[in-house]
Design a protein around this ligand. Structure first.
Ligand code: CO
Length: 286
């Protein structure tokens, strides 16, 4: 049994995207630093409508997946095919852009809190050009389990085993075998998760403080900070000085070259240039 240690801290940095939405980017903020298969993680968290009201007007994607998870707020998703989906507090959307999607994500509120995350998950070469696919996930569809040592976990993707009972999240069976947990721990509670030694793992702490690692060999993680974990078959974290809330992301590395240009993530420069040409010619989506 090898307990994973905190290998690298990735602070989130303030940035803006879309038409000027203020957010904090951890994964994806430093060039070349990704946690294969994860490319980017943004947190948006504000009570000020000026920070979010402009939203994300129509824009393209090719070659990867976007996962939007809302803690508070209401976004409307629309795409070039006429699909519409409401993203409300506690809900999520898993979108596989594949060969192409042109979509918008616009706030449906003019006041109040907007809070959530967008994660980018890479696709292997042989899936980058597959047709676009969605799963709109209603809040009640996300399983929540009570953990052995206290606290709860919501399971958006992957599965969790608590005292021999396995609970599956909404998304399973993808090639990268993603795990996406939203964990809420009371003060002092440890949390253990067992996974394959060769999977990548990343924690993003969005409330409170954590100690990461086995007792006697821990490193602290502060709020709004990401942690890349070392290889190992067990993750152990403990809420420190109060309750803590964090995302735990893990998955099977793709181990292919990544060439990214804005919203296009391919394997080669030629493929990225083709995506730009396809978008300009109006044939990105097929
Ligand atoms: Co988008």
């Amino acid at each position: 049994m090898t307990v994973r240690t905190l290998q690298q801290v990735i602070p989130s940095v303030p940035t803006s995207d879309g038409a000027g939405v203020k957010l904090r980017r951890s994964l994806g903020s430093q060039r070349g630093l990704t946690v294969d298969p994860f490319l980017m993680l943004d947190e948006f968290s504000t009570d000020n409508p000026d920070d979010y009201i402009a939203g994300f007007p129509a824009h393209p994607h090719r070659g990867f997946e976007t996962v939007t998870y809302m803690l508070d707020g209401h976004l409307l998703h629309e795409d070039h095919l006429g699909n519409r989906g409401d993203l409300k507090s506690g809900g999520a959307q898993w979108m596989t852009a594949g060969r192409g999607i042109i979509h918008s994500e616009m706030p449906q509120q003019t006041e109040g809190r907007m809070r959530g995350f967008q994660l980018w998950v890479n696709l292997p070469a042989n899936e980058k050009m597959k047709p676009a696919w969605y799963r709109d996930i209603e809040p009640h569809e996300i399983p929540q389990v009570t953990l052995a040592d206290g606290g709860t976990a919501k399971i958006i993707a992957g599965s969790i085993n608590v005292a021999g009972v396995v609970t599956d999240g909404v998304i399973t069976g993808h090639t990268t075998d993603p795990l996406y947990l939203d964990v809420d721990l009371p003060n002092g509670s440890p949390f253990h998760y067992y996974l394959r030694d060769d999977y990548s793992a990343f924690i993003y702490l969005y409330e409170g403080a954590l100690q990461v690692g086995a007792p006697g060999n821990t490193r602290p993680l502060t709020m709004q900070t990401g942690a890349v974990l070392s290889p190992g078959d067990q993750i152990t974290v403990t809420a420190d000085n109060g309750p803590a809330r964090f995302l735990l992301l893990a998955g099977k590395p793709i181990k292919e070259p990544v060439v990214q240009y804005g919203p296009f993530v391919m394997n080669t420069r030629d493929e990225v240039e083709q995506a730009v040409r396809d978008y300009q010619a109006g044939v990105l989506t097929g």
